[in-house]
Design a protein around this ligand. Sequence first.
Ligand SMILES: NC(=O)c1ccc[n+]([C@@H]2O[C@H](COP(=O)([O-])OP(=O)(O)OC[C@H]3O[C@@H](n4cnc5c(N)ncnc54)[C@H](OP(=O)(O)O)[C@@H]3O)[C@@H](O)[C@H]2O)c1
Length: 236
Amino acid sequence: MNIVITGASQGIGFETVKSLCTDSEHKIIALSRNKDQLEVLRKECLAINANCHVYPIAFDLQDREKYSLLYRDVIEVFKSVDILVNNAGYLSTTPFDEVTSEEIEKIFDINVYSVVRLIQLLKPLMGKEGHSHIVNIGSMGGYQGSSKFPGLSIYSASKSALHTLTECMAEEFKEDNIAVNCLALGGVNTEMLAKAFPSFDTGVSAEEMGKYISEFISVKKVLFNGKVLPVSNSTP
Ligand SMILES: NC(=O)c1ccc[n+]([C@@H]2O[C@H](COP(=O)([O-])OP(=O)(O)OC[C@H]3O[C@@H](n4cnc5c(N)ncnc54)[C@H](OP(=O)(O)O)[C@@H]3O)[C@@H](O)[C@H]2O)c1
């Protein structure tokens, strides 16, 4: 399968690519800003499977002007996309009373607007050669009825927006042979989690979650659409 995954330079995205690369049939575009880390990822993947196909693309999802260049880079690797995993994310812990418009804009730009931009960019490459699947990485923080935490209002609201966007896009893309689902993750031990909950151990490693996401997206036929699935055995 031809797969694009964002936020691949560290944490959950990094580990998802490492798990996906064990299948030599997959061609994987690993996207994020940190070029050096993407190269570390590529080398680690080759050490796992010498026949793997991992293509790093260093790109800042906030760089609106450069999306046409990104499109060019993607179609150099493959002409159709089977799976797009919108995993890149940004979290800030500034209390609500102090959070600035710039910070709100940044959180929503990375967690929501860039997802819209990337889907608009790659949708013409999806659904043509069989069924395609867009998997958004949401959060239990944005899941209705879950525990909420001070300092995470804007981040959680951005993830709620992503959840609703998932449900609505699934409806809009029904005729396009593209399924859209969202995994609302609970806590996973990564740098992002350490920022929000220093020294908290969730009991779930990035490697375990990466393997879970890799297996989730690797199924040949997706039997659901427009779903926000909680992937959590505890909160946060
Ligand atoms: N860890 C948790 O407990 C948890 C819980 C619920 C949901 N999630 C969600 O899971 C996803 C992955 O989280 P994580 O814990 O692995 O986070 P992380 O370790 O902070 O990694 C975030 C990734 O996003 C990329 N990224 C951020 N801004 C970007 C930009 N402007 N352009 C391109 N890439 C960008 C980063 O790469 P560069 O810096 O190289 O660009 C990095 O690879 C996020 O969407 C997060 O909200 C995590």
